[in-house]
Design a binder for this molecule. Structure first.
Ligand code: S3P
Length: 429
């Protein structure tokens, strides 16, 4: 059991903070490189536990990876020549690996079995099974969850309407469509992160998007062999909020992905009074990127409604902390999806911030927070959820007593050197 202790200290976040590469885009870079029978070079790939899980999983079906000086080289098989894994494929803690791989394997001419850790075994797979079966897949789940058996099937083309706001579900259907018998059009009702569409458009000739319609042509034709990855706004969020909350802070975060489906939390923090700006805007492998500048600010409460939830899904833990230290009351309404993350995040946010002295309550799937001047401190736990562990560390910067975070080493899922960077800003008193 790991633990991380933050003694009562002053924290001032100043200077450049190196944020790791984007987790969602790293998963997709690795998946897409498997479509290329020639070599693909990937630069700035996130080497966190979750992305390694995607690499091991694709390795189990015949994809080869090599590393040289921090650059990664992939030799894929193409979408019709993966080989059957001799064993159950272990998707570890990674929901993204689980869902995207299920889509890719749904149309293969062999059967696959996927499993994962205790947390992944609690997460829903029906949301992927249902749309994939609508286009011809055959998937057996264990009471709607992992382990799953993906039967050998043929994916039909045609039209499918998706009513979920999950990027993972949409991506699973896109991957299945690439292995299909004819063109597939996907109509999405709710906007979710669109990295699969953007990278697929950069890397292949097999996608066309217009408004909420995605058209997929099977059998990827590769048009690029280099993928560069921007840095992760969801990881940046912890230091952005850390800077807003601590006097004297002024930081710069470089080459962050500024995809509009990922930076809604920044708009929310700006509305709360946060001094956050952008500079050096450019484009990397189809994604908008730029530098983010943040200055300490006094924050005020805000209400967030259900339709924004898919666009801030990974930032709600750290936004809840910002609200706990803002002036006035905040409400997060209709956050049902948070129940299906690495932990039940409504429970873990409310229980752990309460332990530190925040005035926070849940009512069904809503969270109500009354802001305070500071928090107390105490012993809290991560629930083996990386984003809860990092949020609690940032909370400790505004606690009047020691904070002990149990099971803290899960930060390696998305931000392996989080605590090293965090420590740079501690001024012992
Ligand atoms: C992700 C999508 C989100 C997010 C997860 C990563 C992705 O999940 O919470 O951390 O890479 O597609 P959902 O699409 O299920 O909401």
């Amino acid at each position: 059991m790991s633990e991380y202790i933050v003694n009562k200290s002053k924290f001032v976040f100043v200077g450049e903070v190196n944020i790791p590469p984007d987790k969602s885009i790293s998963h997709r870079a690795v998946f897409l490189s498997s479509f290329n029978k020639e070599m693909t070079k990937i630069t700035n790939l996130l080497m966190s536990d979750d992305v390694k899980t995607t690499m091991y999983s694709l390795g189990a079906i015949g994809v080869m990876f090599a590393e040289n000086n921090g650059k990664y080289f992939t030799r894929g098989t193409g979408v019709r020549e993966y080989i059957q894994s001799p064993e159950t494929i272990d998707c570890g803690n990674s929901g993204t690996t689980a869902r995207l791989l299920t889509g890719l394997l749904a149309g293969q001419n062999f059967e696959s079995v996927l499993d994962g850790d205790e947390s992944l075994r609690k997460r829903p797979m029906d949301r992927v099974k249902t749309p994939l079966e609508e286009i011809g897949a055959e998937i057996d789940t264990t009471d709607g969850k992992f382990p799953v058996t993906i039967k050998s099937s043929k994916i039909k083309g045609g039209h499918i309407k998706l009513n979920s706001g999950s990027a993972q579900v949409k991506s699973a259907v896109i991957f299945a469509g690439l292995t299909g018998e004819s063109e597939l059009t996907i109509e999405t009702e709710i906007k979710s992160r669109d990295h699969t569409e953007i990278l697929l458009e950069y890397f292949t000739e097999n996608i066309a998007t217009e408004d909420n319609i995605i058209k997929i042509t099977p059998d990827p034709i590769i048009k690029n062999d280099l993928i560069d990855i921007p840095n992760d706004p969801s990881s940046a969020a912890f230091f952005i909020v850390g800077s807003l909350l601590n006097q004297g802070s002024y930081i710069k975060l470089e080459k962050i992905c500024l995809n509009p489906t990922r930076i809604k939390f920044i708009e929310i923090l700006q509305k709360m009074g946060g001094n956050i700006s952008y500079e050096n805007i450019s484009n990397i492998s189809g994604e908008k990127v730029g530098d983010i500048l943040v200055k300490h600010s006094d924050l005020k409460g805000i209400d967030i409604c259900g339709e924004d939830i898919p666009l801030i899904i990974d930032e709600i833990p750290i936004l809840s902390l910002a609200m706990s230290l803002a002036e006035g009351t905040s409400n997060i309404l209709g956050a049902t999806e948070l129940r299906y993350k690495e932990s039940d995040r409504i429970n873990s946010i409310v229980s752990e911030l309460s332990k530190l002295g925040a005035d926070i309550n849940q009512n069904n799937d809503d969270i109500k927070i009354k802001g305070k001047e500071s928090l107390n401190g105490g012993i809290c736990k991560s629930h083996f959820d990386h984003r809860i562990a990092m949020m609690l560390a940032i909370a400790a910067t505004r606690c009047t007593n020691q904070v002990k975070i149990l099971d803290s080493d899960c930060v390696s899922i998305s931000f392996p050197n989080f605590f090293e960077i965090f420590e740079q800003f501690r001024k012992n008193i």
